[in-house]
Design a protein around this ligand. Structure first.
Ligand code: KG4
Ligand code: ZN
Length: 372
């Protein structure tokens, strides 16, 4: 079934066509340059850009797949979670397309779609890749959400552990913003860390192995606020050590503006900070993941979300004996329409349909939560 997938939950305006799990086209128009000077996604700008771009992005995705609008047999679109105004642009475009062409449509969850990305295959390389069997452990790591989960089917996901504060991508973004390492922060830190010493700074691992307010153990939960504070405080120590270098007129703890690297840092120190932070951020995730693998006996791990592109995470998991780890190709880690079309095809082939009255939601809707 030729399914057009549309994704506009954040700052990527994306559309793709998937058929039988094979990606026929995948167009991602990034708004990064429009948000860079604010060092973060501005929701109002994001939804306006989606409104301007969505038609052209869908048109390109159809042309790249060699299709006309009447060739599309099903439509899938992200409805949650994400920025409400951005979601609404894609959702309404998708509904209008499906209604006008009288084809079935399905509204899908962005996080389920991220976990589905590793099942997709590239056109011309249909035989490549490994297709994870269920159940597997999902490592869902994006800018808005982070979770360790158990996947029993493409739409049957149980969250075993989650962050109690920042998402891991958010921690990368915030640290990069404070140090002025680049925007968006994850990829910038990953690049910079290549030349840094990950042992140069010792940052704390959170200790969360205690009962939650519900009286149950939450052994797979994790946290990034302590790490983020420690790394940001380190910048203050650089500033104290180098008082002759002006801090750019900022108040203490205030982030740098416009992507300037902190004047208190040498290039080597910036790389060491990036590498030390990245290592700790990934180890925080892996501690919960390895614990979940040991407790559940599930040894296949599937990663998804923007942070799944991280090179330290990928190499660290590849070298982990006893686990089979599967990552989507880098172009399917961040937000894209192919993952939406791919999971949408599964729903549509099963006969699932969404109502035209379906609306967008900023919140996560698709997961169950479970504690051991
Ligand atoms: O999945 P995604 O594209 O959007 C959300 O659903 O949030 O994830 C975006 C996040 C951002 O926080 C970005 O900094 C992070 O993924 N990211 C990375 C890397 N590439 C993107 N984090 C670490 N290392 C990377 N190479
Ligand atoms: Zn995402």
């Amino acid at each position: 079934m030729k399914v057009l997938g549309i994704e506009t939950s954040c700052d990527e305006c994306a559309a793709a066509v998937v058929e039988n799990g094979v990606v026929l086209s995948n167009v991602v128009a990034t708004q990064i340059p429009f948000h860079a000077k604010y060092q973060g996604v501005v929701p109002e700008i994001a939804s306006r850009m989606h409104t301007r771009w969505i038609y052209g992005v869908v048109d390109r995705a159809l042309k790249d797949a060699g299709l006309k609008p009447h060739d599309v047999e099903g439509l899938a679109v992200t409805a949650h979670p994400g920025l409400l105004g951005s979601l609404l642009v894609g959702l309404h475009f998708g509904k209008a397309f499906a209604w006008a062409r009288d084809i079935p449509y399905i509204a899908v969850d962005h996080l389920l779609a991220h976990l589905y990305a590793s099942r997709l295959r590239r056109a011309g390389a249909e035989e490549e890749g490994v297709y994870p069997d269920y159940p597997f452990l999902g490592l869902l790591v994006s800018g808005g959400h982070s979770a360790i989960c158990r996947a029993d089917d493409f739409d049957d996901i149980t969250v075993l552990g989650t962050t109690i504060d920042d998402a891991v991508g958010e921690a990368f973004d915030k640290v990069a913003k404070f140090y002025g390492l680049g925007y968006p922060g994850g990829a910038a830190i990953d690049r910079l860390a290549q030349t840094g010493d990950s042992g140069a700074f010792k940052f704390p691992m959170p200790n969360l192995y205690k009962k939650g307010r519900d009286g149950k153990d939450h052994p797979y939960d994790f946290s990034y606020s302590g790490l983020k504070t420690a790394v940001v405080n380190q910048l203050e120590q650089f500033r104290v050590k180098k008082p002759e270098i002006p801090g750019g007129g900022r108040r203490q703890g205030e982030p740098l503006r416009g992507g300037a690297v902190s004047p208190a840092l040498s290039g080597g120190e910036a790389a060491d900070i990036a590498a030390s932070f990245q290592k700790t951020a990934v180890e925080i995730l892996l501690r919960g993941l390895f614990r979940a693998a040991a407790d559940t006996g599930i040894t296949t791990v599937v990663a998804g979300g923007g942070v799944a592109a991280n090179s330290y995470l990928r190499s660290r998991l590849a070298g982990q004996g006893g686990l089979r780890t599967i990552f989507p190709p880098p172009e399917l880690c961040g937000d894209n329409g192919a993952m939406v079309a791919g999971i949408g095809e599964r729903y549509l082939l099963r006969g699932d349909r969404s109502a035209l009255s379906e609306t967008a939601s900023a919140r996560v809707r698709a997961f169950r939560r479970s504690y051991p």
